[in-house]
Design a protein around this ligand. Sequence first.
Ligand SMILES: Cc1ncc(COP(=O)(O)O)c(C=O)c1O
Length: 405
Amino acid sequence: MSDWFTRDANSIMSTYSRLPVAIEKGEGSYLIDVNGKKYLDLFTGLAVNLLGHSHPKIVQTLKEQGEQFLHISNVFLNKPAITLAEKLIKQSIEGKVFYTNSGAEATEAALKLIHKHSVAAGENRKGVIVLKKSFHGRTLGAIKLTRQPGVYQDFPTTDTPVYELEPENLEMLKATIEQHKPAALIMEPILGSGGILPLSKGFLEGAEALCRKNGVLFCMDEIQTGIGRTGSFFAYQQTNVEPDLILFAKGVGGGLPLGGIIVAKQYADLFKPGDHGTTFAPSPLSAALGNTVLEVLLEDGQMEKSKETSDKLWTELAQLKETYSDLVLGIRGKGMMVGLVLSAEAPVVKDVQKRLLEKGFMVDVTQQTIIRLLPPLTISTAEIDLLISAIKEEFDRLKEEGLEA
Ligand SMILES: Cc1ncc(COP(=O)(O)O)c(C=O)c1O
């Protein structure tokens, strides 16, 4: 009964390429496996565990809300969800929230709202512009917006036309808007699984201006970048844009499923009763945890504190790039969302990931040669030092073995 790997392979469909670790417990920035081995978690469940594991305030909220109620129907008012919606609006745009259970469902809700808007506007606007390599989810509607061939495949999908745009190409955006008269533009301010690719301030502001001029809804997918991960509450706030619609998920539920859209007030009443819905979202427990996440980040100052630690991380990474200039082609991202773009071949980078794991460091690899670091916002500077020396050891080995390029 103790061979978790065989049992996993025999009982769970193999849609994920697993790393060979079975988790027993989480503590702060660490995960501990069934054999008692500790790992520094730079994966955070793919940008979810903003406060690390077993944060005392999260545990306390779980207990308190667990003693109240875990689920009610959406026909009754859900106090934690109302409070959280108010806070999310206060941190972003004047408008209203629709809750979902996941990021992909947030994208589905956005697609429905965009459709409602184009019908209501009577402008015969149809379709959505998205960026090449973007990721917006895997449900049958969202998958069409996800411009990654391995994900997209030939699954049936929505008939909403989708137009693919090169990041940073405002000329192409202008031409696409003029030619196709789309209803909306949806972008991640930093493409996550597309390779930790931040969009420039100039591009975001230029894109917003083109959208405003042409009546195209300007939407930001902040599912991975949001809730403090990049140094501001939402990443778009490091520019002067103001989205019409913001998608959020991942970190907001403190580790439990929760997502949604924040819709600017002029579009917020497009959904009428019956237009959209779900049994579970917003789970009162996820929403209560969301309130706690925001309390820790904003009222207890964790977001500010994490800026100091991420500054330290970026200083160390800049040095790393200088020391290993043949191996590190670039360091991209912001705050606690980092991509180390390596010159090595994909199998070599996969092997680096495996070796780091053996040393007790969990890192992700995206776009085959980019090491993705998504530390908890609560990571300490001492833990960053440990990570950097482990990466250095690995890079020294690659140099010695001549595996840089
Ligand atoms: C930017 C972005 N949008 C949407 C999604 C989909 O979210 P979920 O996996 O919760 O459906 C993700 C997930 O990685 C994401 O990073």
